[in-house]
Ligand binder design. Structure first.
Ligand SMILES: Nc1ncnc2c1ncn2[C@@H]1O[C@H](COP(=O)(O)OP(=O)(O)OP(=O)(O)O)[C@@H](O)[C@H]1O
Length: 558
């Protein structure tokens, strides 16, 4: 006997639990799941199309997701998933913000098309740049997820955008504590979201990413805000020159992910806008922040003479799936990323190298805590202009971003160090002198070569045992900078019995390269083409649209 009304309700739910581990998703719905620390779930797409933060997953390939993890699998057209393992939480939601994010992608793609067409008739030094997008919002509002979605969709359209991560707590493609800029020319690794494959991880199924990495060393912006701004500006210079030199990347633009920022961090936001020549500022789910930013940025900036530098503010909704990442979740993920940097994971096993170096063979720096030095030495925000003119460099050289320290067991045991390469200096002379003039600035301007882990420091023998990722009898660089990250104990060589590589499988993307033809009439609730939207005259709010219409490529939100 059935109760009146219940049948009707049951048929409207998006999920049908056919077996205990099979999930059927209706179009435009997502399966959200959480995996606890050290737990693993395996998921297979057995029918239809699905994606993880914009990256397509293949049918009949088993994907392994290791905790701690909070994530989702979304489908535009409906799909059937099978999973094994024990997620700590899992449910299906139809309240997705993906169509909104897709609309934002369409808006950016329109701008890329416009820029590509314009650049055909322009000289190399006069080329326009594709959209430069900055994503901001409060903690856990989904900035990183949106950044991944936007670069993945762009990559599916055969673009090569730069993914810039300015959040040292969760650096992209590296261990934490650094700022990165990475050209995305191939799909992202959905199983290993933070790290993925880089050139240090050897042969892999996924295309290896080659980030440019700048040191910051901490996740607290307050600890050394001048250094943070400085490194952001140096990364900005590198990223913009990549956009200028490489026409494919230049037409594709860049997407900048940030730490949680509020209106109190206006100074940092303004710096990022100028350092990366941002022209699309996306605020996630924070009405107050977008209104405050509109007021402040309109007041503080005169309209630029160059129309391609106009700044447009776009407000998008926060996904209901975004979950708060507590401190223990963040720490466990960071520890896992660091271990994987040295040892790889089940599918790509790495063998790091242990070397021994004498205390007097290395030059060690640590980031200065700004609370500890003379505030009058901090240059004003205006001096962090991405410009390498001599006057500017001279001004900065008075700034002590770093302090040198002597190696000892108490200061170095189990610490993570970054290796930087100030190549233009005769380092030998700095090994035996305390005069750091010239060295500090060179260190601040260098890129990070890689990371090292101090297994042990022996004060009696004055020797360090260091783990490095590449085969070498000596350190690739004698200049090392301390980060705030330590591992509780030496994690030792992990033994892994089998090395399994996923077979390639054929991809049938929801958004196949070149297959989507954005509707000529992109109806985005008052959105105009990004480069035509007047500067901050109106906050554009992207909304999802319930109606869909068929295109050659499939379903496209109207
Ligand atoms: N639709 C969704 N369903 C399930 N989980 C999601 C969804 N969107 C985001 N998440 C998860 O929510 C968490 C927060 O998202 P994300 O890391 O993108 O936010 P953030 O704003 O970058 O965070 P932070 O402030 O820590 O930098 C992440 O673990 C992410 O995987």
């Amino acid at each position: 006997m059935s109760l009146p009304g219940l049948d009707q309700e049951a048929s409207s739910v998006a999920v049908v639990q056919e077996q205990s581990n099979t999930i059927t998703l209706k179009p435009n719905s997502e399966w959200r799941y959480e995996v606890s620390n050290d737990e693993t779930i395996k998921v297979k797409l057995i029918d239809g199309f699905a994606e993880i933060f914009g990256t397509e997953i293949s049918q009949n390939i088993e994907y392994t997701f290791r905790g701690p993890l909070k994530s989702c699998i979304f489908t535009y057209r409906g799909c059937k998933l099978q999973f094994s393992g024990d997620p700590s939480s899992e449910y299906v939601s139809e309240e997705t913000t993906m169509p909104i994010y897709f609309n934002l992608h369409t808006l950016l793609e329109e701008q890329r098309k416009y820029v590509t067409a314009q650049n055909l008739s322009r000289k190399p030094n006069d080329r326009l740049k594709g959209p430069r997008v900055l994503i901001i919002g409060s903690k856990d509002c989904g900035r990183t997820s949106l950044a991944r979605i936007l670069v993945s969709y762009a990559q599916k359209m055969d673009r090569q955008p730069l993914l810039v991560s300015l959040n040292p707590q969760e650096s992209a493609f590296t261990p934490p504590g650094v700022l990165t800029g990475t050209p995305i020319s191939e799909m992202l690794n959905v199983e290993n979201i933070n790290l993925g494959e880089t050139i240090t991880t050897g042969a892999s199924f996924y295309h290896q990413k080659q980030p440019i990495v700048k040191y910051y060393g901490s996740e607290s912006l307050e600890k050394n805000e001048p250094l943070y701004k400085y490194e952001v500006s140096r990364l900005g210079v590198s990223c913009l020159s990549r956009l200028e030199e490489d026409p494919i990347v230049g037409n594709s633009g860049l997407v900048v992910d940030t730490p949680p920022l509020s209106i109190k961090n206006l100074n940092i936001i303004e710096n990022i806008i100028s350092d990366f020549e941002i022209n699309v500022l996306v605020v996630i789910g924070n009405e107050r922040l977008s209104i405050d930013l509109k007021k402040k940025l309109t007041k503080l900036n005169n309209p630029p003479s160059d129309p391609s530098k106009k700044l447009n503010l776009v407000k998008v909704a926060k996904s209901g799936g975004c979950v708060e990442k507590d401190d223990s979740f963040i720490r466990s993920r960071q520890q896992r990323v660091i271990k994987e940097y040295f040892y790889g994971f089940d599918k790509i096993v790495l063998s790091p190298y242990t070397i021994t170096v004498a205390y007097n063979e290395v030059i060690l720096f640590q980031s200065t805590n700004t609370n500890e030095f003379d505030q009058s030495l901090i240059p004003s925000a205006d001096s962090f202009i991405p410009d390498s003119s001599n006057a500017d460099r001279k001004g900065r050289s008075t700034m002590n971003f770093f302090s040198r320290f002597e190696p000892s067991e108490s200061s170095l045991q189990h610490c993570i160090l970054t290796m930087v390469n100030p190549s233009q200096l005769d380092l030998q002379k700095y090994l035996y002198t305390k005069d750091d003039s010239g060295l500090m600035e060179d260190v601040a301007n260098s890129s990070v070569l890689g990371f090292a882990y101090v297994i042990g420091a022996d004060d009696s023998k004055e020797r360090l045992r260091i783990l490095i990722p590449q085969p070498s009898k000596q350190l690739p660089s004698k200049v090392l900078i301390l980060t705030d990250y330590r591992l509780a104990s030496y994690f030792g060589g992990r033994s892994v019995n089998s090395v399994e590589m996923p077979s390639s499988g054929s991809l049938s993307p929801d958004v196949a390269p070149g297959s989507i033809k954005p509707s000529k009439k992109v109806s985005l609730n008052s959105c105009q083409r990004v480069d035509q939207v007047p500067r901050l005259t109106k906050i554009v709010e992207l909304k999802s649209c319930k109606n869909h219409h068929k295109t050659e490529a499939g379903i496209l939100p109207e």
